[in-house]
Design a protein around this ligand. Structure first.
Ligand code: ZN
Length: 423
């Protein structure tokens, strides 16, 4: 008999996402491991039983003092893994909306010293306490909408000590919130004004002064760079990423978002863990990503936030056998905290099927940030991170816009819902 300190019963549909090699590609993205009339049991933060309710009654006993919850016939899925956030920033850019509506692009606003440079100035001058407080509030809202793990990129200080300061906040936030956070060094988010005419020197500075200390102090798991005209060229990106790899970091690249800049091809050449955005990538790029096993991290709300009127190429990527993950792109340019909203747009805009979208937001996004052994699936032995929705099947999660979870559990402990005081 298995003992448990939490048993969840009356799950109408459980999607475990637990079978098959990771990352899932092609048709395998539609296999979400459904169990009807299911139950799960948890002991000390880990699943000890996953199966049918009938089996659970036979095999599992609740410890005295343990708790039991009926999911009321609803749907339970793994805790969402958000593989792409720019969580650490000060201020906001709500005032930019009028400019964007009048036709100014992300790059044009940045050239005038606004956009990312406004956020850079506010982030540089913010106190550490302010940065922690705003990021913590965002994480708590993300958790209430079902995110249990997420990536956190630096990239709004754009100086070696400033970037190190941002990355050093990530473990503090993980301790305060309980979320599993994966830090990524994005010092090459933009060329800072001090180096406006000398981007090569800025890249050299990052390689000489930022990477060694970040690697030595284990401040980041990955290095990312913004490979776009007006930001970093393919050559500059490659130089930085090769140095990052030599320093022991995994590699990511912001690629082909505004124009087809060659970022996807570079990701294939370097064997990056992921290439992100990819709005303008070509059929040839998809072949390169597929054969190199690079995960496409798609951010289906990001083009909306930039008024780009482009859809993320989700359907095309899956059909080309590229592993696909989806995320929020949470930033002052694209303030999205809800993974259920991302799931909806993954279907309605990027044309993933609901099952593919769920795979992309859980097991494949865990792979994209190096958490495949720990997060993104519901299986015995795994961390008990799961989300319950009051809907009859997993399809309803993307089908209904703005769905809010009934309950979220992280390591077997209930996360406070939005109504219970998440600011
Ligand atoms: Zn981004």
């Amino acid at each position: 008999m298995t003992r448990a300190d939490l048993i969840v019963t009356d799950i109408g549909e459980l999607a475990t996402l637990a079978s098959g090699p990771v990352p899932r590609i092609g048709r395998a993205m539609r296999e979400i491991g459904r169990i009807s009339r299911a139950a799960v049991a948890v002991e000390e933060g880990r699943f000890v039983f996953v199966g049918t309710e009938a089996q659970c009654r036979r095999e599992v006993r609740l410890r005295s003092g343990g708790s039991r919850w009926s999911a009321g016939g609803g749907t339970v899925v793994p805790g969402f893994v958000d593989p792409h956030t720019h969580l650490l920033f000060a201020g906001d850019r709500a005032a930019e909306l009028d400019l964007k509506i009048s036709g100014a692009s992300y790059a044009a606003i940045a050239r005038q010293g606004g956009g990312i440079f406004q956020t850079m100035r506010q982030t540089r001058s913010a106190s550490t306490a302010e940065l922690l407080q705003s990021a913590e509030a965002r994480l708590r809202r993300m958790a209430a909408s079902g995110t249990t793990s997420c990536e956190v990129k630096s990239g709004y200080a754009l100086t070696p000590p400033g970037e190190r300061r941002l990355l050093s906040l990530v473990p503090v936030l993980a301790r305060r919130t309980g979320l599993r956070l994966v830090p990524t060094f994005l010092g090459a988010h933009a060329v800072p004004p001090e180096f406006a005419d000398r981007p090569d020197e800025y890249v050299s500075l990052l390689i000489a002064k930022a990477l060694p200390a970040i690697a030595r102090n284990q401040l980041a798991d990955f290095c990312d760079a913004f490979c776009e005209p007006g930001f970093f060229t393919v050559e500059q990106t490659e130089r930085l990423l090769r140095a990052a790899r030599d320093a022991g970091l995994g590699l990511k690249v912001h690629a082909d978002e505004f124009v087809r800049s060659g970022g996807a091809a570079l990701a294939g050449r370097l064997g990056c863990r992921s290439a992100e955005h990819l709005l303008e990538s070509s059929e040839g790029d998809r072949r390169v990503l597929a054969s190199a096993g690079v995960t496409a991290v798609l951010l289906p709300l990001s083009p909306f936030a930039s008024f780009a009127h482009r859809a993320s190429p989700g359907r095309e990527m899956v059909d080309a056998d590229v592993p696909v993950a989806v995320g929020t792109d949470l930033s002052p340019n694209c303030w999205v905290e809800s993974m259920p909203l991302v799931l909806s747009h993954s279907v309605y805009s990027a044309r993933l099927t609901p099952a593919e979208a769920l795979t992309a937001a859980t097991v494949n996004s865990a792979h994209a940030i190096g958490l495949a052994g720990e997060a993104g699936t519901i299986a015995v032995g795994r961390s008990a991170d799961f989300v319950a929705f009051n809907v009859p099947s997993a399809e309803h999660i993307p089908y209904r816009f703005g769905l809010v979870p009934e309950r979220v559990y992280r390591r077997g402990i209930r996360v406070p819902s939005a109504e219970e005081g998440v600011a």
